[in-house]
Design a binder for this molecule. Structure first.
Ligand code: AGP
Length: 618
C-alpha cells in the first residue's frame, strides 16, 4: 500500500512522476502528491482523491517544472485522507521533502520529542514526523560541519531512532541532484536509466523507462543521482546490490481495450494457465517438474507435514492447496492465516516445510510468516507472482506464478495461476509417494485442457452478466460449496464483497444448517456450487434447505446436469472436469459474476474503497 516514485535526470520530472503515479494507483488512491525541485525551490502539489481528479487536475492548474522530484499515492494509515495528510511531507525548514510507505510505530514519542524542540506539525501523519526528524538531523550535521553526504547521513541517523516499516524517498533543495531512498519492510527499487535514474516501490512504475533494476534489501539506504547510485546497509558492512532485468513489458500492465483491469485479467486467464504450466509438465514421467524448489528429491520425499500460510485470496488458494496435496500426495497439510502463524507460536514439527503464497510477494503478514518459519529453522518455500519481490528473494525456493502484472486490486488471474501451480506441486509430491502414473496423467491432461475450457466460460460473460444484473440489488449473499468447492465459495464471496460492497459470506454447504441458515429469506440469494462430484447429492440436499426457506438460489453446476435447472432460480454452467480442477473453472464464473454485479451497481471495480493491492503493513 502507498506507491512511491522518484526521478532524477535530464527530462522534466513531473510528467514522468504523474505517469508513474497512474501506474501505481492500485497501491492506494486516498490522495497523491508530487515534490519537484526547481532552481533551489521546493515545489509541492498534493491533493486528496484519486490521481485523475486530484493531483493531475492540480498540476494542470499549477504546473511545476524541474528535472528531479518524488511522488506518492496514498493508502491512509495514520490520519484520514485529506490535502494536509497527503505526501510529500516537508521538514520544519521546508527544504526537505519525504514520501513514505509503511508505518512509523513510535511516531508519537518522536513527535513529542520534536514538539519540545519547537517543531509544529501540519498533518496528523507519522510521515511528517519522520520528515521533521530527518530535517533536525540534517541541521545538526551541517551545523557541525560533518564530513560526508549530509542528506544521506541525516536519513541514516534519523532511521536509527525509528521503530516501524518504511520505504521512503527524500529530497532536499540543498542537494538538487540527489534522491535518498531507504527501506525496511516496504519495497523499494532503483530503476537504472541512461543519464537518469528512478526510485520506486513497484517495478511497474518504471517499466516504460527501464528494465534494469536493483531491489533494495531491508536497512539499505540508497543515494541516487542521474548517473550513479550508491547503496549502504545500516546493518552490514556491505550492501548486496544486484542489477536484474525485468521480465515483463510495459503493455502487460496497461488496460488496453478493456473497461477495467479486473476484466482484462479475468480474460487473460487461459494464457495464465498456459504460462503457469509451461515447462512444468513431464508426460514421460507422469509428473510435474520445477526449476526453483531448491530441494533435493530426497528432501521433498521426506517432508512429513506442510503448513501453507497466506492472506486473503491467497489464503483461499492455500485451502485448496490443502485439499489437493492431501488427496494427491497424502501429505498432511495445515493452512494458516499468515498473521496468526507469526504470533501464536504454534508448535511445529521439525519435519515440516512452510509454503507461503503471495501474489505481490510483499504482503507484510505473509513475509513475517516466512521469516518466522525460517527463524525456527524450517525450510520455507514461496509461491509468488512478482519476480524479485521480497518474499521471492527471502524464500529458500519456490514456484513463480508467471501470471504477469496483476493490477486489478481484486485478485483474479493470480488465484488461477496459484491453483495451477498447487495442482502441479501436489502431483510432484504425489509421484514421490503413491500417486499412480495413470492418475497423475489424468490430472496433468486435465490441467492442459483448462485454457480451452476457460475460453468457453469467458464466452458466457453476457449470460453471467444477465444473471448478475438480476441480483445486483441484493444486500446480502451466501456462497456455499462442499469439498473442493468450499474454498471456491469463500473466494466467490470475497470477490463480491471487495468490489460491490455487498455483504457476502462463504460457507461450507454442510455448515450452513448449523447457524447461518437463520439468515436465509426471500431477499437473500445463495450461490450454490454444485458441480458433478462426490458431494453432489449432499450439496443438493443443502440447496433444498435454502429453497424450503424461500431463498433464491443461483446454482453453479456442470454441463449435462439435467436436474439443476428445475430446482435453482438460475444456473451457471462449467464444463465436465476432474473434481480437483472444478474450483478453477467455477472461480472464473464467480469472478465474472462479481464483476458484473459491481458494474451494475456503479462501483469503481479497479479502485474498491478502502483497499490497496499490496498490503505492506501488519
Ligand atoms: C484479493 O482480491 C485481495 N485484494 C487480497 O485479499 C489479497 O489476496 C491479499 O491481500 C494477499 O495478497 P498477496 O497475494 O499479494 O499476498
Amino acid at each position: 500500500m502507498c506507491g512511491i516514485i522518484g526521478y532524477v535526470g535530464q527530462q522534466q520530472a513531473s510528467p514522468i512522476l504523474l505517469e508513474g503515479l497512474r501506474r501505481l494507483e492500485y497501491r492506494g488512491y486516498d490522495s497523491a502528491g508530487i515534490a519537484v525541485i526547481d532552481d533551489g525551490e521546493m515545489l509541492v502539489r498534493k491533493k486528496k482523491g484519486n490521481i485523475a481528479e486530484g493531483i493531475a487536475r492540480e498540476l494542470g492548474a499549477n504546473p511545476v517544472s524541474g528535472m528531479m522530484g518524488i511522488a506518492h499515492t496514498r493508502w491512509a494509515t495514520h490520519g484520514p485522507p485529506s490535502d494536509e495528510n497527503s505526501h510529500p511531507h516537508l521538514d520544519a525548514s521546508g527544504r526537505i521533502a519525504v514520501v513514505h510507505n509503511g508505518i512509523i510505530e513510535n511516531f508519537e514519542q518522536i513527535r513529542s520529542h520534536l514538539t519540545k524542540n519547537g517543531h509544529t506539525f501540519r498533518s496528523t501523519t507519522d510521515t511528517e514526523v519522520l520528515a521533521h526528524l530527518i530535517g533536525e538531523c540534517y541541521e545538526k550535521r551541517t551545523a557541525d560541519g560533518a564530513a560526508g553526504n549530509p542528506l544521506a547521513d541525516a536519513v541514516c541517523e534519523a532511521l536509527r531512532d525509528v521503530i516501524g516499516t518504511y520505504g521512503l524517498a527524500v529530497i532536499s533543495t540543498e542537494h538538487p541532484d540527489v534522491i535518498v531512498g531507504a527501506r525496511r519492510g516496504s519495497p523499494l527499487i532503483i530503476g537504472i536509466g541512461n543519464g537518469e535514474n528512478f526510485l520506486t516501490s513497484d517495478a511497474n512504475a518504471v517499466i516504460a523507462h527501464t528494465k534494469q533494476v536493483v531491489f533494495l534489501n531491508d536497512y539499505d539506504v540508497a543515494t541516487v543521482t542521474a548517473d550513479r547510485f550508491d547503496v549502504v546497509n545500516l546493518g552490514a558492512d556491505t550492501a548486496d546490490v544486484q542489477v536484474r532485468e525485468l521480465e515483463f513489458e510495459a503493455e502487460d500492465s496497461e488496460r488496453g481495450e478493456y473497461a477495467h483491469f479486473m476484466l482484462k485479467e479475468i480474460f487473460e486467464q487461459p494464457r495464465t494457465v498456459e504460462n503457469a504450466l509451461r515447462g512444468r509438465v513431464d508426460h514421460e514421467g507422469a509428473t510435474a517438474v520445477f526449476g526453483g524448489l531448491n530441494m533435493e528429491p530426497s528432501e521433498l520425499r521426506s517432508i512429513q507435514r506442510i503448513i501453507i500460510a497466506a492472506s486473503g485470496t491467497s489464503w483461499h488458494a492455500a485451502l485448496l492447496g490443502e485439499y489437493l496435496i492431501e488427496s494427491l500426495a497424502h501429505v498432511p497439510v495445515e493452512v494458516e492465516f499468515a498473521h496468526e502463524f507469526c504470533y501464536r507460536m504454534a508448535p511445529v514439527r521439525r519435519d515440516t516445510v512452510l509454503v507461503v503464497i503471495s501474489q505481490s510477494g510483499e504482503t507484510a503478514d505473509t513475509l513475517m510468516a516466512l521469516r518466522e518459519a525460517k527463524r525456527r529453522g524450517h525450510k520455507a518455500l514461496a509461491i509468488v507472482n512478482v519476480v524479485g519481490s521480497t518474499i521471492a528473494r527471502e524464500a529458500d525456493g519456490g514456484i513463480y506464478m508467471h501470471a504477469g502484472p496483476e493490477i486489478g486490486v481484486a485478485s483474479t488471474k493470480a488465484f488461477i495461476a496459484t491453483l495451477t501451480a498447487l495442482t502441479l506441486l501436489a502431483v510432484h509430491l504425489g509421484r514421490m509417494r503413491m500417486l499412480s502414473a495413470g492418475r497423475a496423467e489424468e490430472v496433468l491432461k486435465g490441467l492442459e485442457a483448462l485454457p480451452a475450457q476457460i475460453e468457453g466460460l469467458l464466452a458466457q460473460s453476457d449470460v453471467i452478466k444477465r444473471i448478475a444484473e438480476k441480483y445486483s440489488t441484493a444486500d446480502d449473499f451466501f456462497f456455499l460449496g462442499r469439498g473442493y468447492s468450499f474454498p471456491a465459495a469463500l473466494e466467490g464471496a470475497l470477490k463480491l464483497k471487495e468490489i460491490s460492497y455487498i455483504h457476502a459470506e462463504g460457507y461450507s454447504a454442510a455448515e450452513m444448517k448449523h447457524g447461518p441458515i437463520a439468515l436465509i429469506d426471500e431477499k437473500t440469494p445463495t450461490v450454490v456450487l454444485v458441480p458433478a462430484d462426490a458431494m453432489y447429492d449432499k450439496t443438493m440436499a443443502n440447496l433444498e434447505m435454502i429453497r424450503a426457506r424461500k431463498g433464491p438460489v443461483i446454482a453453479l453446476a456442470t454441463e449435462g446436469d439435467t436436474q439443476i435447472a428445475e430446482v435453482a432460480d438460475d444456473v451457471m454452467y462449467i464444463p465436465q472436469a476432474l473434481e480437483p480442477l472444478n474450483p478453477i473453472l467455477a472461480s472464473v464464473l464467480l469472478q465474472l459474476f462479481a464483476y458484473h454485479i459491481a458494474v451494475a451497481r456503479g462501483c469503481d471495480v479497479d479502485k474498491p474503497r478502502n483497499l490497496a493491492k499490496s498490503v505492506t503493513v501488519q
